[in-house]
Design a protein around this ligand. Structure first.
Ligand SMILES: Cc1ncc(COP(=O)(O)O)c(C=O)c1O
Length: 382
């Protein structure tokens, strides 16, 4: 049963609105001078001030504040049920700003033992050199997480569904574990998007990708560091992201429809030893995902019986699925995590199986996607 049906309705222009409406209108009042319905791209680095020390509406320099970026940040905050949103040049810039705002040398973080390779690299190869300790723990095992939390732990880093094994973690239970240990719970919501899952409503403190927080004081602290460190989203990027957000709900429905069909097709294939999709009834996190997500998302991964070489061959053979990293686009993508997105986790507790293939399911016709996978799986190994 899917229980997350709509975001907690939010007030806008004196009325409450649902996700689809907020995606189109939150933070996006018509522009005051011309009435432009779509927020313009403010391609300016500085603003004329009315008097010394009197910038208009807080706009003094675009790294600090830019109206296009502010529109995106307000929209993201509304969609994630947060009080403050901050948009960055990339997800990693957001992660880095968060950890350098909240942690210092001698502190400690708990990260998932299955997570995005770039997140692992940031903690293990960058932050560790500056004195930040970390422990990888299996987030589905609450006792193991409790054992990993120390008096120095500042953050419990949650990713759910995980990249690339699609494991599901209980956000509410983990957030309360973190809070009891005096740490903050952060959720990387990349795979779900706020349309499918809203961690702040489940007790988390920070949502990553962009940063969205429930606590305005933490929002101010992060905004200070965002400006001090400078990895902000440019106005063109902010504008494109806003335009994408307007259609997020319709696209996510189609991603989920297609992924459910592809996962069902793959689950019946003899060439595969395991298929990972939280929407499959035998997925270990299925019931939990049904509770905390609206639907099960557009990411599917699987292990190929023939091993690493066979997995790489499947990636090479698809004609419609494009061989490439990243996810969530309208075009379907295929990749080999061990050699591509997760190569940096090789030899670590986050190493992924070599026979694993990851799919990002786009919004093409499901029949065409299935036919492509069918021909890629069927051809005999060379
Ligand atoms: C789960 C997850 N978190 C974070 C990131 C980093 O995002 P960005 O590439 O925008 O830095 C990615 C990128 O693929 C990801 O998959």
């Amino acid at each position: 049963m899917v229980q997350v049906t709509a975001s907690r309705a939010r007030s806008l222009r004196g009325m409450t609105h649902r996700f689809e409406t907020l995606a189109i209108h939150a933070g996006q009042e018509p522009e005051p001078v011309t009435g432009a319905v779509v927020p313009p791209i403010f391609a300016t680095s500085t603003y004329r001030q009315d008097a010394v020390g009197a910038p208009r509406d807080g706009y003094e320099y675009s790294r600090t504040a830019n109206p296009t970026r502010r529109a995106l940040e307000e929209c993201l905050a509304a969609l994630e049920s947060g009080r403050r949103g901050l948009a960055f040049a990339s997800g990693m810039a957001a992660e880095d700003t968060l950890l350098r705002t909240v942690c210092g040398p001698g502190d400690h973080v708990v990260i998932p033992d299955d997570a995005y390779g770039g997140t692992y690299r940031l903690f293990a190869r960058v932050a560790e050199r500056w004195g930040l300790g970390w422990t990888a723990a299996p987030l589905h095992d609450l006792d193991a997480v409790a054992a990993a939390l120390t008096p120095r732990t500042k953050l419990l880093w949650i990713e759910t569904p995980t990249n690339p094994l699609l494991r599901i973690a209980d956000i509410a239970a983990l957030a309360s574990l973190a809070h009891r240990a005096g740490a903050r719970a952060v959720v990387d919501n990349t795979f779900a998007s706020p349309y499918l899952q809203r961690p702040l409503e489940l007790g988390a403190d920070v949502v990553g990708g962009a940063l969205v927080v429930a606590d305005p004081a933490l929002g101010d602290e992060l905004a200070y560091h965002q400006n001090a460190m400078g990895g902000v989203a440019g106005p063109f990027d902010a504008w494109l992201t806003l335009r994408g957000l307007k259609t997020l709900a319709v696209r996510m429905e189609r991603h989920c429809d297609n992924a459910e069909r592809v996962a069902a097709f793959l689950a019946a294939r003899p060439e595969l030893s395991e298929v990972f999709y939280p929407g499959l009834p035998d997925h270990p996190g299925h019931a939990l995902a049904a509770r905390q997500m609206r639907r099960f998302g557009g990411m599917v991964s699987f292990r190929v019986r023939g091993g690493e070489a066979a997995a790489v061959e499947v990636c090479d053979r698809t004609r419609l699925f494009v061989l490439g990293e990243s996810l969530g686009g309208v075009e379907s993508l295929i990749e080999h995590p061990a050699r591509m997105t997760h190569a940096s986790a090789s030899g670590s507790p986050l190493e992924v199986p070599a026979d694993l293939v990851r799919l990002s399911i786009g919004i093409e016709a499901a029949e065409d996607l299935i036919a492509d996978l069918q021909q890629a799986l069927r051809r005999p190994s060379r």
